[in-house]
Design a binder for this molecule. Structure first.
Ligand code: FE2
Ligand code: FE2
Length: 170
């Protein structure tokens, strides 16, 4: 499920974002298109998870080129587990902040997090079952979803919806 950006973002910007995501290899390549949220721990999570998603894309690329070496399969498995663990930690952090600020976005926001976890788990299941053609067809979906979620939903919740009583932390 790809979330599209809303509001003032032009078609040209979207095309640019997509091109950057498709060709990126490291965080430095995408830092210009990922919005800052202004909460240190959240921005750090965004950076780390983005790098995991980029690493996964490289592995998927290698597997699509039929480089199904043990190393790539092992590394792919490891990255999927890191993605799941890290998404869980990050989503719990955002939930705590949203509750502390009594965010009106809470319910919708958590629904999206749940859907994303389901999507990663499904990709992981396919990967473990050796359905590499299904995984390779989804090369950008995790990264796309993630960056769009930061730029639209996280931004709306934590930047536009900023309140004085939000606990920024741990
Ligand atoms: Fe986030
Ligand atoms: Fe979020």
């Amino acid at each position: 499920m790809l979330l599209t950006q809303q509001g003032t973002t032009s078609r040209r910007e979207l095309a640019w974002t997509r091109w950057v995501l498709q060709s990126a290899r490291t965080w430095e390549d995408v830092v210009g298109i990922v919005r800052k949220i202004g909460i240190h721990a959240v921005d750090e999570d965004h950076r780390k998870f983005t790098q995991f998603a980029l690493d996964l894309n490289l592995i998927i690329q290698a597997l699509s080129n039929r480089d199904t070496s043990f190393d790539n399969l092992h590394r792919g498995d490891e990255i999927f587990r890191q993605l799941l663990d890290y998404a869980h930690i990050h989503f719990q952090r955002e939930e705590r902040i949203m509750r502390s600020m009594k965010s009106p976005m809470l319910h919708r926001h958590l629904e999206q997090h749940g859907a994303f976890m389901g999507m990663i788990e499904e990709h992981y299941e396919n990967f473990k079952l050796g359905r590499l053609q299904m995984v390779s067809g989804l090369k950008l979906s995790i990264l796309d979803w993630w960056v769009n979620h930061i730029n639209v939903v996280d931004y709306k919740t934590f930047v536009l919806g900023k309140t004085k009583n939000m606990k920024l932390g741990e």
